[in-house]
Design a protein. Sequence first.
Length: 111
Amino acid sequence: MHEMTRVEELVRVLKKKGVRGKVRITIGHLEATQIMLEEVKECFEIATKNTDLEGSEIVFVPQPIRMKCNDCEAVFDVSFDDLPLRCPICRKDDCQLLEDDELSIIAVDTP
Ligand SMILES: [Zn+2]
């Protein structure tokens, strides 16, 4: 299960940061990601059950996809509507994904 692997990774990062108790975690997800956010929430509940983080809440914030042009090295944000992709500077289509983190922790708040 793809989502569970991602969630376990997130929980590991949170523990490493020393996050404890009921917190609100703001998570950025790529706009075009195939990841199921509802499933992420469910997996998070399962992964944190009987741990320090039990009862914590997840808030999702969509993040643009960042690309880099391999030709002129311009860095730019794209959304799903921009596909097929071209560099906004040189109009070439030789671009690569710069950040492919489907889920990333943006903030952790204690309510
Ligand atoms: Zn370019």
